[in-house]
Design a protein around this ligand. Structure first.
Ligand SMILES: [Zn+2]
Length: 112
């Protein structure tokens, strides 16, 4: 059983070695076996319009969002500053004035 790492790009397990390089036969990605970093999550976060989101971005909420366990809702157009991206279903951690810390889905926001 080979212990070669799977491809960091497409996660293929059919990686093979060529000298110091690892090569993925599925997506043709090549990378150095000497400098293999721990596999990063290469998740790309996009807002409702397809813009790439990054930590610290400011977004606006594009629809009224009901809050669990509360009668309130975050209104459409609410500005959310300094978002933090997390790898989960609700992929944006943020603080909203008047609501405090909460999690949003990137599909319900738009980058400002
Ligand atoms: Zn690959």
């Amino acid at each position: 059983m080979s212990t070669l790492p799977s491809c960091p790009k497409c996660s293929s397990e059919f990686t093979y070695e060529d000298g110091d390089l690892y090569i993925c036969p599925e997506c043709a990605h090549e990378w150095s076996g000497l400098a293999v970093a721990p596999i990063e999550t290469s998740r790309v976060y996009r807002d409702s319009a397809g813009n790439v989101l990054q930590d610290g971005d400011t977004v606006t909420v594009i629809k009224d969002l009901k809050l669990k366990g509360s009668a309130g809702a975050v209104k459409m157009g609410t500005k959310v500053k300094n978002i933090r991206l997390v790898d989960s279903d609700h992929d944006i951690d943020c603080k909203i004035d008047g609501f405090g810390a909460m999690s949003l889905k990137s599909e319900f926001v738009k980058k400002v």
